[in-house]
Design a protein around this ligand. Structure first.
Ligand code: FCB
Length: 457
């Protein structure tokens, strides 16, 4: 890339000229109307309707009502100056049973959304799976059933055929680590399994599904496909040997679990320790399937982990130690922008200079209610500023970062936390569906318009 950011000696916070500025959301968190127009239920629909699973019993039944308000939301994106918008497709809207029959009305929603985005000059970036598995497939074992690789690839193919003429950036999966850890190990996300065996199986099948969808894309797609992985650099809590080893295990579990098989064709050695008898080796066929070349890597970054050995903790036998003197967001996540530079340079060193998009980054804060059409959220502005400068630092170190998607465009259903945690650039009043731009939205608009130059001040 030729740009001022990578020229030695240049200290101005400029981003590459073709840097892509966007914001992200996901289907279940914003759309509402989960059963409208012939859609089938997803595991998140069932999970949120199970008493006790979400804060205040919140569900995605209405959420931001984006299913109906999408055109107004696109108009707000345009007002912000967004160049790209990362959304996810609800699999069970398009295929109510997860496989077989396509629901034309469900597909038509994404068709309309994509057209609306393009008409506003905003590039659509589609994620095929952001956690809302069709319930019908969960009844067949969901991510534990090896056949899911074919089901997912068939669904992916239907989406490629419908939208690849207009969508140029595709992501197969969002955060497979959270799916395994929260959904199959701790049971705090759908489908709510608590098992030390299921995460290994789910992880393997997620990767096989990813590989098969990428293969399918190569036969019919004409643009770019990648995956969005959440990374959290791990630092040892002390120099004790046990903590150093624990840090390696935590790093393997969270950061290398998906990247090693995709880029290197194998799993980190630590997995035999981490899952003991639950672990099984990769077959040569699966290794080949998973190691499909991808066009870019999406990185979701929020925080770091300071790691201590704890044999009583579930795999990987580690805990993250809270840094009491450090700042934290409302979710209790430590604010550590340096970690973003660290993971980006680590990727380059370990896997090569793969094109990267930051596909999520942002912060939850307990924002004040709108007053006179404004919401002041200085902490979120500071969070974005710090992390954008951290991205710039990585670019200066030669990492090929192509774009950045703020999480999130709108306040939305933050999974098991329901509506109690707000991540939006835009405030949503969930009773009236009124949208109000926060200070962070105005700040981000300035960043986009100046291509980062305003970070200088
Ligand atoms: C990520 C998820 C996203 C949102 C943010 C806060 O793990 O991908 O949906 O919940 O965290």
């Amino acid at each position: 890339m030729t740009d001022t950011a990578t020229e030695p000696g240049n200290t101005k916070p400029w981003f590459p000229a073709d840097f892509l500025w966007g914001a992200a959301t996901s289907a279940y968190q914003i759309e509402g109307s989960p059963l409208a127009d012939g859609a089938g239920p997803s595991i998140w629909h069932h999970f949120t309707h199970t008493p006790g699973q979400t804060t205040d019993g919140d569900t995605g039944d209405i959420a931001c009502d984006h299913y109906h308000c999408y055109a107004d939301d696109v108009a707000l994106m345009r007002l912000l100056g967004l160049q790209a918008y990362r959304f996810s497709v609800s699999w069970s809207r398009v295929l109510p049973e997860g496989r077989g029959r396509v629901n034309a009305k469900g597909l038509a929603f994404y068709d309309r959304l994509v057209d609306e985005l393009l008409a506003a000059g905003i590039q659509p970036a589609a994620t095929l799976y952001h956690w809302d598995l069709p319930a019908a497939l969960d009844h067949l074992g969901g991510w534990l059933n090896p056949d899911i690789a074919h089901w997912f690839a068939d669904y992916a193919e239907a989406m490629f055929r419908a939208l690849d003429d207009r969508v140029q950036l595709w992501m197969t999966l969002n955060e497979p680590w959270v799916i395994c850890d929260a959904g199959y190990l701790h049971g705090v996300h759908a489908p709510g399994h608590k098992s030390v065996f299921d995460p290994v199986l789910a992880s393997r099948n997620l990767m096989r599904a990813h590989g098969e969808a990428v293969c399918r894309y190569r036969t019919i797609g004409n643009h770019r496909i990648g995956i969005a992985i959440n990374l959290e650099p791990k630092y040892p809590a002390s120099n004790r040997e046990a903590d150093l080893a624990a840090t390696q295990r935590a790093d393997a579990y969270m950061n290398r679990q998906f990247l090693d098989p995709i880029f290197l064709g194998n799993y980190p050695d630590e997995f035999r320790d981490i899952f003991a008898e639950g672990w099984f080796d990769l077959t040569a066929d699966d290794a080949q399937l998973i190691r499909q070349p991808i066009d870019f890597l999406g990185i979701n970054y929020y925080s770091r982990g300071v790691t201590r050995d704890d044999p009583s903790a579930l795999p990987p036998g580690t805990i993250s130690v809270r840094q009491s003197d450090a700042p934290h967001t409302d979710l209790g996540w430590e604010i550590f922008p340096q970690g973003l530079t660290d993971v980006l340079t680590w990727i380059k060193d370990r896997y090569g200079n793969v094109p990267i998009y930051i596909t999520e980054n942002g912060a939850a804060y307990n924002d004040p209610a709108p007053t006179n059409g404004a919401v002041d959220d200085p902490d979120r502005v500071a969070y974005y500023r710090g992390h954008l400068l951290a991205v710039l630092e990585a670019i200066r170190k030669g990492v090929d970062v192509r774009g950045y998607f703020a999480w999130s465009l709108l306040d939305n259903l933050e999974w098991a936390y329901g509506f109690s945690k707000r991540f939006g650039l835009i405030h949503v009043d969930f009773a009236t569906q009124a949208r109000t731009l926060k200070s962070s939205a105005h700040f981000y608009g300035d960043v986009i318009r100046s291509n980062g130059a305003c970070l200088n001040t």
